[in-house]
Design a protein around this ligand. Structure first.
Ligand code: GCW
Length: 705
């Protein structure tokens, strides 16, 4: 298309869409597009409510607050908002902390503010100096930025704006993205291009995207980022890299985004002689034994060096003795020995350690699902106070569906950080539309019964169950250099949902979807409902066409994308599909009940008994916990084999429905987004069909009806 006809098409589509969405949207604006409000009546009311703003004080964060208010309201209201020093008219937005803003002080909200902590905020419709105003108040400037984004979200999502009385503060303290970005610019399990971090160009060149990234995170309340992969390259701790990291941290800081690093446990060692070895370091020591005084000193010196460069550095994330990464067990020490030496080095500066529980040493137990629990539960109470144990939501590895990780509830003395995966490693990469909030809610709402009924994973994570001194949640990022950040436009919804749930895990998946749709796709009520329905069932559909009824890890080896149920290879059998599905002529599934590996014993009663008995085990986990005969009667009355087939068919059916539904949105969403999603859905349908055909053909060789 030549540029003139492109422009004409754009004008035509803007016209058709009554100004609610712009044309040729490449998705780069995420949920912060601030398109003009189409409804004229609402536009008028909004213009009256927000005609001017008073933001007292000056700092990098306050400048961002001003900028965001201006950018947001100028776009949404098609206006030219002005800023003033005093409240002179109705429709003023007042933003300030008690310390810096006299009008805020005059309101006498001190007791309400005290309860909010450093990041919370109040938004209230109020009379100030005899004028109608909307007030954003907080204890710290970062709270003002969060409050600003909250108010703008309300305008974007067409929420009620009169009589505002919002009190908001995060339920979880550390809300982090974990990037699995390598130093060469590739991303492990990344499906949206290359890494955002341009190590070669840093620190001299600051890519504008660093700022956009920080802004997007701040809009959700994400307050930390681990910028490099847990399969960490030790060079990240070299002085030259610390300078690059300083530059990144400086961009992130005013957005409340703290910088963290993944470290390699063997960093104190001299560099490995063998290329590609995971054992070397950047130091000159002969050992990385955490109990060696020289090693302890090495980490202390390194921490000091880091904090000189990045005074608000967050801390270390560590993958140790897992998948070939070095760790304390190399020296006959345990995980807490390893974590504590780092914790000791970081403690004087307020830094933390996030020690991952993603370990599965075959020597620990023949059942991979049991290994982390067995290694970590005996160490409860042995970790230093500034150590989190960071556990994935399930005991194996981010499968489309797993039962909850049995560690949750089982470590009352050790703050557990919940690790979710935003990037869709096992869920169709950035090719499938799979909205993950319903999955995350399933985990958060899961009742572990650790302290009797009502012991949800959410309560473990937010610290209220065990009174943890610190609380955290992490999401493995799905961002990359693609224009739309996440590869699939709908994958943005997963980044969005992670951030929103990290702030408030009580939000529903539906509410979050609604917000995201209105901010990203369309504010049209009916279009919104249609898209929400598509999204809400998409996770369950993906499970159905990939791994229904508790099947797991039957993806292509290594790549984890398409199906490969036949994959078998000795001796690393816990990498293979046949290890997990155990199909034979008697049936299918992994017997983890008391007659098998007894993984069910790692859960609290009555969850344990419920999972253990084939009659009470929820069907969604059936083949995770039981080896079940092909002719087993399911709740539906069908046999297991029939039910498996029905699931694969239903999964495909759902994708077809998504396609049909999406077609109805033609002309009602941006044309570029429309065709982008349309193409992705075609791939998804082909893939779902391949999944069914491959898996059924394979299982058919065993199944007997
Ligand atoms: O999910 C698996 C991935 C690995 C990853 C590992 C981990 C970063 O397949 O790519 O490594 O988990 O979580 O450490």
């Amino acid at each position: 298309m030549n540029s003139t006809s492109h422009i004409l098409l754009c004008i035509a589509s803007v016209f058709l869409l009554t100004g609610s969405v712009a044309c040729a949207d490449d998705g780069s604006g995420l949920w912060l597009k601030y398109h003009r409000i189409a409804d004229e009546a609402r536009l008028r009311t909004c213009r009256q409510s927000f005609s001017t703003a008073v933001v007292q004080g000056d700092s990098a964060t306050l400048r961002i607050v001003r900028e965001e208010i201006k950018r947001g309201l100028d776009g949404l209201l098609d206006a030219n908002l002005s800023f003033g020093e005093a409240i002179r008219q109705d429709g003023t937005i007042i933003v300030g902390t008690v310390q810096t803003s006299a009008p805020i002080r005059s309101l006498g909200w001190d007791t309400d503010l005290e309860k909010l902590g450093p990041e919370g905020f109040l938004i209230r419709s109020s009379q100030v100096n005899g004028h109608r105003a909307t007030v954003i108040a907080a204890n710290e400037e970062i709270g003002l930025l969060y409050g600003t984004f909250d108010l703008l979200r309300r305008v974007q999502t067409q929420a009620a704006l009169d009589k505002l009385n919002v009190t908001s503060h995060p339920r979880i303290q550390y809300r982090l993205l974990n990037h699995w970005d390598n130093m060469d610019g590739s991303i492990e399990r990344g499906y949206a291009g290359r890494s955002l971090w341009q190590w070669d160009a840093l620190p001299a060149r600051i890519d504008p995207r660093y700022r956009d990234y920080a802004r997007a995170n701040a809009s959700l309340g994400i307050n930390g980022t681990v910028v490099n992969s847990v399969n960490a390259n030790p060079i990240i701790l070299q002085p030259a890299y610390l300078e690059k990291l300083r530059a990144l941290a400086e961009v992130f800081r005013p957005y409340g985004l703290k910088l963290f690093l993944s470290i390699r446990f063997s960093s104190p060692l001299r560099p490995a002689r063998q290329a590609g070895s995971r054992r070397g370091g950047i130091g000159n020591l002969e050992t990385a034994d955490p109990l060696d005084p020289e090693v302890r000193q090495w980490w202390k010196d390194k921490a000091k060096e880091i904090y000189e460069v990045i005074p608000d550095f967050g801390g270390f994330l560590v993958k140790a003795n897992s998948e070939g990464m070095p760790g304390p067990q190399d020296y006959g020490r345990h995980h807490a020995d390893g974590a504590n030496v780092l914790a000791e080095a970081l403690a004087p500066y307020g830094g933390i350690v996030m020690w991952r529980a993603f370990v599965y040493d075959a020597k620990t137990d023949p059942d991979r699902a049991k290994r982390a629990y067995k290694e970590f539960v005996p160490l409860d109470g042995v970790f230093a106070p500034n150590v989190f144990v960071q556990a994935k939501n399930g005991p194996i590895d981010f499968q489309p569906r797993e039962p909850v990780h049995p560690l949750f509830g089982a470590m009352p003395k050790t703050p557990l950080m919940l690790e979710l995966q935003i990037t869709q490693e096992y869920l169709g990469h950035s090719k499938h539309l799979v909205y993950l909030a319903p999955m995350w809610k399933e985990y958060l709402d899961f009742d572990t019964h650790a302290e009797g009924p009502g012991s949800s994973v959410a309560k473990v994570t937010d610290g209220s169950l065990h009174d943890y001194a610190m609380t955290g949640i992490a999401g493995v990022a799905n961002t990359g250099s693609d224009a739309n950040w996440c590869g699939h436009l709908f994958a943005q919804a997963n980044w969005y949902a992670f951030g929103r749930l990290a702030w408030d895990h009580q939000l529903s998946a539906e509410t979050i979807a609604d917000e995201w749709i209105r901010m990203t796709l369309s504010r049209d009520e009916q279009a919104g409902q249609t898209v929400r329905l598509m999204m809400m069932g998409s996770w369950e559909a993906c499970i159905s066409y990939m791994t229904p009824l508790g099947l797991h890890h039957i993806m292509q080896a290594g790549f984890h994308y398409g199906p490969q149920p036949s994959y078998a290879r000795a001796p690393r059998e816990d990498w293979t599909s046949v290890y997990y599905h155990r199909a034979d002529s008697n049936g299918v599934g992994f017997d983890r009940s008391s007659t098998g590996s007894n993984a069910t014993s790692q859960y609290f009663s009555p969850v344990r008994e419920r999972f253990d008995d084939v009659a009470t085990c929820p069907e969604k986990y059936l083949l995770w916990f039981h080896h079940v005969p092909w002719d087993h009667k399911m709740a539906s009355g069908r046999t297991l084999w029939q039910e498996i087939r029905r699931h694969y068919d239903a999964g495909i059916e759902y994708v077809k429905q998504m396609q049909e539904t999406w077609e109805t949105l033609k002309g009602r969403v941006d044309p570029e987004i429309f065709s982008h999603v349309q193409t992705k859905l075609e791939t998804q349908l082909q893939d779902a069909t391949l999944w069914r055909d491959t898996c059924l053909a394979y299982f058919q060789t065993f199944a007997q009806e």
